[in-house]
Write a protein that binds this ligand. Structure first.
Ligand SMILES: O=C[C@H](O)[C@H](O)COP(=O)(O)O
Ligand SMILES: C=C(OP(=O)(O)O)C(=O)O
Ligand SMILES: [Mn+2]
Length: 446
């Protein structure tokens, strides 16, 4: 056993209960893919991961604001240049508005370049009397409803790795090559506020205009604002994939999960004694944990004991997804418990996953107004306790899909079927995403 294997064994996740894992019919094929992945280059560099960790530490105390956004489930077929560009454009536009509102840097993180594995409520799906394994994300099986498509195939992990690599390559090209130019991003936002449906944000956009003119007059080097740092994150759900991507940083000897800059653990797999926590315990990346309305203070202390025993700022984010109707009641005692413990966490609001409903026609959807209400509740609770609302985490796409109800150009139940394209959860479309950003920017400013 080499030194890396010794360290990895020390994390001990293989001895712990692991839920939401596929069952692979051919263990030899799984072992071959896993060994192949281990020999491949990392997707991210430890130095970038450390830079993100430092930024996350700033968000803990209000010195930065986190924006995480992207698909619920990325898909191999939607892994095109246009889709990636539109998502990046949407996140950059949101970030520009939020930066103005927060008067702090905005940490831009995509649910991108690796968001290929999904936890499911049910292990199986039945259609017209036929029962098959549930779709678990493109890194596991295919969405098509046939026995072959739904069989877990380890070679999909390699495909996920390669697609994540090319996605990251394009993101770096966009964000370092001039596509992120602040003047351009602001002019896209002016286009958005010119739409009569979003007139109420026009004066906000004019304020940003004035600030930009002031910066220009004061001699700010806009050329330097043509490049931005953009980070990638996904749910660390597929244990074999994440384990195969762990590498040792040659500079420090530390272990990193090099599949993404930041990883999070989902609501369904966050037991402090289970495999997912054990896996991320051993790596140095910033990590998030999704917490739902049943979370207890003891569970949070357990998560901190395992994932951030020393209380290092920037290591641990708690991503709250309580539901708009519960957040004001269930969040305060959890914040109080963290405050009493003393170890820092970055609080981030996921206003999507506690607010999923089924509309007529069977569409899984969310209401824009409910999403905004959960964010408002998140801010109210933090403001009343004097703690820091550190960011938001949303499911979005850069396209004009019709998956979430409401918004300034309202999508009603009838319209849902027009462009309902998500493979799992409903995403905010481009306009709804910008609307969220303007609303949150106003909250941050206020
Ligand atoms: O993205 C989150 C979960 O994977 C998703 O909400 C589960 O969806 P399901 O209830 O359709 O399985
Ligand atoms: C599965 C997800 O969320 P949660 O774990 O909070 O349900 C998700 O972010 O898509
Ligand atoms: Mn989701």
């Amino acid at each position: 056993m080499n030194e890396l294997d010794v360290k990895r064994t020390a994390t001990g996740w293989r001895d712990r209960p692991a839920s939401q894992q596929p069952s692979y019919p051919d263990p030899a094929a799984l072992a071959a893919v896993s060994s192949d992945l281990r020999s491949r280059p990392p997707l991210v560099f430890a130095g970038e991961v450390d830079a993100l960790r430092d930024l996350m530490a700033k968000a803990t105390t209000g010195g930065a604001f986190v924006l995480t956004g992207g698909d619920c489930a990325e898909s191999f077929t939607d892994n095109t240049a246009t889709n990636i560009r539109l998502k990046i454009q949407t996140i950059l536009q949101m970030a520009a508005v939020l930066t103005y509102g927060a008067s702090t840097p905005v940490i831009k993180i995509g649910r991108i370049a690796g968001q290929y594995t999904k936890p499911r409520s049910a292990d199986e799906e039945t259609r017209d009397g036929v029962t098959l394994p549930s779709y678990r994300g493109d890194s596991v099986n295919s969405h098509a409803f046939t026995p072959e498509a739904r069989t877990a195939d380890p070679s999909r992990m390699l495909d996920a790795y390669l697609r994540a690599g090319t996605t990251l390559n394009l993101i770096r090209a966009f964000t370092m090559g001039g596509y992120a130019d602040l003047r351009e991003v602001h002019s896209w936002n002016r286009g958005f506020t010119a739409n009569p449906a979003y007139k109420r944000f026009e004066s906000f956009a004019e304020e940003i205009d004035r600030a930009m003119r002031f910066m220009e007059a004061a001699g700010v080097d806009f050329e330097a604002l043509r490049q931005v740092d953009f980070y990638a994150a996904h749910e660390a759900l597929l244990l074999e994939y994440e384990d195969a991507m762990i590498r040792e940083d040659s500079r420090t000897g530390r272990l990193y999960d090099t599949s993404a800059h930041m990883l999070w653990i989902g609501e369904r797999t966050r037991d402090p004694e289970d495999a997912h926590v054990a896996l991320l315990e051993g790596v140095h990346n910033p990590v998030g944990v999704k917490i739902g309305p049943t979370t207890t203070p003891d569970e949070i202390r357990g998560l901190m004991d395992h994932l951030n025993p020393e209380g290092d700022p920037g290591r641990l984010s708690l991503i709250t997804r309580m539901g708009a109707d519960r957040i004001r009641e269930v969040l305060p005692p959890l914040i109080e418990a963290v405050r009493a413990d003393g170890r820092p966490v970055t609080w981030i609001a996921d206003p999507m996953h506690g607010n999923t409903i089924t509309a007529a026609g069977g569409y899984k959807t969310r209401r824009f107004e409910t999403i905004m209400d959960e964010i408002r509740g998140f801010f109210e609770v933090h403001r009343s306790l004097g703690t820091v609302p550190g960011g938001i985490h949303v499911e979005l796409t850069g396209d004009d899909v019709t998956e979430c109800l409401g918004g300034g150009e309202p999508i009603d139940e009838e319209a849902l079927g027009r462009r309902y394209e998500t493979l799992v959860d409903p995403r905010l479309n481009h306009q709804q995403s910008l609307e969220v950003a303007f609303e949150v920017a106003e909250m941050l400013k206020g």
